[in-house]
Design a protein around this ligand. Structure first.
Ligand code: ZN
Length: 297
């Protein structure tokens, strides 16, 4: 059985960028909290991916992830976590993993547990509905759109939830998907290139940094815990805490990626990369990898 899935779930650009700043530079408290939230949110999206994947495979559905695009004549931009085309209907699943409970009223508006309106969430939902409607119309698929919020954290809940709300929580998600995920009658495979042509590589809110090598912490870092990896042999780096080892090539790829996240336009060379490795990887080795087309910069 084959299935169509656009883009594997990755960290957002901002998420990757904050991670690099965290390990190689400095993060103030506000950004540190932002990074924690993004990591928590990503784990929620990944849990959703695991659940929906079975349906996508079984019914050969279209699943587009993390679509950032412009709408309203290019005036505004928005990101959609999941577009799933199932049963000839466009389902939008906005996945939220919060570590607090929320409330919903009979109009479908969200509130924090203590009573204050959860304005950013309410605004986001309305914008998403409008933007996806416009996008589908633009590319010639004015199909029915159903927007659902998925609260994926099994330890938290939504108070006041009623059947007519377009909200799914951990213990209603499977039941909903069992009923609504169905084979499409029409073929939507050429939907993906059309959608991907609208995908933005960066958000206008992304910022790029001036890179000054002297200000960055050197070395190779663990992608899981952000701790410094130790060079244990000529060709291996190891994180004691996570018990993960990587080879030199992977380490060089990380150096490149880290600098590209800080500034995609920064001009890299083998000497800079070698210095960033704290001279543990020679510039000759880096040039060799580049010649063999194992790395690009
Ligand atoms: Zn680690």
């Amino acid at each position: 059985m084959w299935y169509i899935c656009s883009m594997t779930r990755k960290k957002s650009f901002l998420h990757s960028q904050l991670q690099v700043l965290f390990r190689r530079s400095h993060l103030d408290d506000e950004n540190r909290i932002k990074l924690e939230k993004l990591s928590f949110g990503l784990s929620g999206e990944q849990s959703f991916d695991q659940i929906i994947q079975t349906y996508v495979q079984t019914f050969n559905l279209i699943h587009v992830k993390d679509l950032l695009f412009k709408y309203d004549n290019g005036e505004k931009e928005i990101q959609i976590d999941n577009i799933v085309i199932s049963n000839d209907t466009c389902y939008i699943f906005e996945v939220k993993k919060y570590n607090f409970n929320i409330k919903i009223d009979e109009r479908g508006l969200f509130f924090y547990e203590e009573g204050k309106e959860f304005t950013s969430l309410n605004v986001q939902i309305e914008r998403q509905k409008g933007a996806i409607h416009e996008l589908l119309k633009d590319i010639g698929y004015p199909m029915t759109i159903k927007h659902y919020l998925v609260f994926i954290n099994p330890d938290r809940t939504v108070f006041g939830l009623q059947r007519e709300h377009s909200v799914l929580i951990h213990n209603t998600l499977h039941y909903f998907l069992d009923i609504h995920m169905r084979k499409n009658r029409e073929d939507y495979s050429y939907f993906i290139p059309l959608i991907d042509s609208r995908r933005l590589p960066f958000s206008k809110y992304d910022q790029f940094y001036d890179i000054k090598l002297k200000d960055l912490a050197k070395g190779i870092y663990c992608e899981t815990c952000n701790g410094r990896m130790q060079r244990v042999t000529q060709r291996t780096y190891h994180c004691e805490k996570c018990r993960i080892s990587i080879g030199t090539l992977e380490a060089v790829r990380q150096l490149i990626q880290d600098l590209k996240f800080l500034n995609p336009h920064f001009k890299l060379d083998s000497i800079i990369l070698s210095q960033l490795s704290e001279n543990e990887i020679s510039s000759a080795t880096i040039r060799k990898y580049r010649k063999e087309d194992k790395i690009r910069f």
